[in-house]
Design a protein around this ligand. Structure first.
Ligand SMILES: [Zn+2]
Length: 426
């Protein structure tokens, strides 16, 4: 049946206003009609006149958009070592991704913007299987592996072990970037992921170093734009953020060392650029990481300074209306898959967001970044019907979104992935 009526629900539409009591009719994968109570439920029918299945919450449950993860790594298996990831054969790695795709949907994450695939075609095949309805999973924008320069983040090789793999493809020079980008687009990726800056734990490419050259980035950008695809980038340093904005990178990850010039540039381009600060890993490592890091390591890696820098940048960008996305590098040892909604709480605690604003980073703005016709991430007539029916009030306690038992209904594209025990038909 294509038509579903959510009756007597609290509608948290994620457009910014408080929830209201109402009914939401879904037909053919779209939100067709939103009415405020009282509505005669028996009037519900689909576009073809067929009767609707009715999910009546009795006024107690909250209907909200499905969650959107802006920095997904479905092909990673909670690893603590990039070289270990590189050692996983493609067959096993495919199964890891299949399991994670299902896990994400089970956790109410109905869309993912991949922030790099562990191997070139993994995201692509998983996306295709999900779209064909053969495996359960979120809507997925498939990314390439990290494209990184020699000595950059993800280059695990040494002179005596030149074949050590990670989740990166190492390339140098604009021609290499042009060819690789063409090849990966030929293989079906939606997103070319570039590693433009270093990172705090990379020996010879720190977080404030801009290691990819402008000519390399520009070559990839030329190809991406010619094919109507998109780029995302690992960009911590101020210069890397500026390069990304100038060359049309759509989702910029981290940006924690953005300076005034970078912030101004982001503001000028705020109608098409998104910042995903990825504070999840950093916040956990900085203040809750004693299980994994000694106090000395926390200080050595500078996790607290990194978080403080991100907080300053995000606050400034938010003030200027730049859209900020949730996404915290889930899939690593300190940030296991499925815990993604913790970022909503991190945004409240560390960035001073209200619960509503924080939830919007994982719904409304994520939907803007997915950029699908009709819209996504909000409850609005015409938008795509990815919805959660939650037992509780996420505005009161966003952490309830981590509890799978509280997600009584999970709908993607108008289809029920998780159904309530009893569905009435009228
Ligand atoms: Zn990542």
């Amino acid at each position: 049946m294509n038509t579903t009526l959510f009756a007597n629900v609290r509608v948290l539409d994620c457009l910014g206003s408080p929830p209201f009591a109402g009914n939401v009719l879904i037909d053919s994968g779209r939100i067709r009609r939103i009415t405020e109570r009282p509505e005669t439920v028996s009037a519900a029918s689909g576009s073809d006149g067929a009767e609707a299945q009715v999910i009546d919450s009795g006024g107690t449950l909250t209907l909200m958009p499905g969650l959107i993860e802006s920095h997904a790594h479905l092909t990673i298996d909670n690893v603590d070592d990039l070289a270990k990831l590189g050692a996983i054969p493609p067959e096993e790695n495919t199964l890891i991704a299949v399991h994670n795709a299902r896990l994400y949907l089970d956790h109410g994450i109905t869309s993912c913007i991949s922030a790099a695939s562990a191997k070139p075609r993994l995201d692509v095949v998983i996306r295709n299987e999900i779209n064909a309805g053969r495996i359960p999973g979120p809507r997925l924008l498939a990314a390439s592996p990290w494209l990184t320069v020699t000595g950059g983040l993800g280059d695990m090789r040494t002179l005596h072990m030149p074949h050590t793999e990670s989740m990166a493809i190492v390339a140098d020079g604009p021609e290499a970037y042009r060819r690789l980008t063409r090849e990966l687009i030929r293989e079906g990726v939606d997103i070319i992921k570039l590693v433009v800056s270093g990172d705090s734990f990379v020996p010879h490419a720190g977080a404030e170093a801009t290691v990819m050259s402008e000519s390399e980035l520009a070559a990839a950008a030329d190809v991406v734009h010619a094919h109507g695809k998109r780029m995302s980038a690992h960009a911590r340093s101020a210069e890397s953020v500026k390069l990304c904005v100038r060359h049309g990178v759509k989702v910029i990850y981290h940006a924690n060392f953005a300076d005034e010039e970078a912030i101004e540039l982001l503001e000028q381009h705020k109608d098409h650029v998104f910042i995903s600060p990825n504070i999840g890993f950093t916040a956990v490592a900085a203040y809750e990481g004693s299980e994994w890091f000694t106090e000395e390591q926390v200080l050595e890696f500078g996790f607290r300074e990194e978080l403080a820098g991100a907080v300053e940048v995000v606050k400034e960008l938010k003030k200027r209306g730049v859209r900020i996305l949730e996404g915290g590098d889930y899939g690593f040892f300190v940030t296991p898959h499925g815990q993604n909604a913790r970022d909503i709480d991190h945004f409240v605690r560390h960035l001073g967001y209200s619960p509503m604003e924080a939830i919007q980073t994982m719904t409304r703005y994520g939907g803007d970044a997915m950029d699908l016709p009709g819209g996504l991430g909000v409850i609005r007539e015409g938008a795509l019907a990815d919805l959660l029916l939650v037992d509780g009030d996420p505005l009161d306690d966003p952490l309830i979104l981590l509890d799978r038992d509280k997600l009584t209904v999970i709908m993607k594209d108008g289809q029920l992935h998780k159904s309530p025990s009893a569905i009435a038909k009228r």
